[in-house]
Design a protein around this ligand. Sequence first.
Ligand SMILES: CC(C)(COP(=O)(O)OP(=O)(O)OC[C@H]1O[C@@H](n2cnc3c(N)ncnc32)[C@H](O)[C@@H]1OP(=O)(O)O)[C@@H](O)C(=O)NCCC(=O)NCCS
Length: 340
Amino acid sequence: MKHTHIIGLGGYLPEQILHNKDLPAALETSDAWIRERTGIEQRHIAAEGQFTSDLATAAAKQALEDAGLTIDDIDAIIVATTTPDMVFPSTASIVQFKLGATSIPAWDIQAVCSGFVYGLAQVDGMMRGGMFERVLLIGAERMSHILDWSDRSTCVLFGDGAGAVVLEYRDDGTEHGVIGSTLHADGAYRDLLMANHAQRNQVIPGFGGQNAPDLRLDSAGVAAVEMRGNEVFRTAVKQLGAVVDEVLELHGLTHNDLDHLIPHQANLRIIQATAKKLKMSLDHVAVTVNKHANTSAASVPLAMHALYQQNAFKAGDLLLLEAFGAGFVWGANLVRWSKQ
Ligand SMILES: CC(C)(COP(=O)(O)OP(=O)(O)OC[C@H]1O[C@@H](n2cnc3c(N)ncnc32)[C@H](O)[C@@H]1OP(=O)(O)O)[C@@H](O)C(=O)NCCC(=O)NCCS
């Protein structure tokens, strides 16, 4: 039977590394505080003039090379990002151009930190429907561009990077490949984590929660991440715990069947909580948050790529990918590894 297989992986991190100890003194933070609360030691920061499409293109080239293919073999390009180069055209269109492709469809997915998990579910569904045989799926972010670098409660948490996979729909004589996905969203939480790019004093109707239905934006008029960290943390732990159970149960599997957890890399304590729920030791969990911080839609493919580079996966291994992000949106994919 045909299944969606991961046949190539790539990852790209910008050269510049910003260690906790090198954060601006004005932030009044410390390496110890950040490590203890989040597990983050450093993050990569894109160079001036290096856009999300550049990070995405670099990761995509690696994934194509790893698959032994060229862009001419690809039927569609999807970029999951919340930091597009521009409002439009899509970052995927720009990546298509930079990769030298013409005519194949290209579009972006905006599901913030869950973008890659949403994208994998979408591609798998489209492949099962017969639309494509080979798709390039990329998660790419330049978060550094939308951070308020004077807000220590958010700016220390994020980083830049891109991860990419080549997906192929084929029958390899096994039951390996993408098994299935579960996706959720709850817009009731829309104002707990956001980045606005509205003008100072602009009013966004219906965005202020139940007690203040209109939100007046009186912060700087540029895009900047704002977050109620504690509430995000609590909801993330709860919903990720539920979604991993849900996707396993849906496919008649249990936590005992899992070989690897590939979680979204926002906070080591959230990762540990999900691993504990699944009764998995951290040896079987991809952890890159210490080196990458939260790269939003790039975090899951980058974490998977890091383990792949260590030859951690063997054919038949069961991988659980999960993510949670602003919206809130969250989800999980189950993948039976097939790449040799
Ligand atoms: C952001 C987060 C690390 C904060 O940790 P926390 O233990 O919840 O800390 P709190 O927000 O309660 O803040 C505690 C104190 O630390 C301070 N603080 C916040 N950031 C700080 C920093 N970088 N350095 C030093 N102190 C900081 C706060 O100002 C607060 O001080 P106060 O008690 O004097 O008011 C944590 O809530 C978190 O990781 N949340 C989820 C984030 C996330 O996953 N986001 C993305 C989802 S995709």
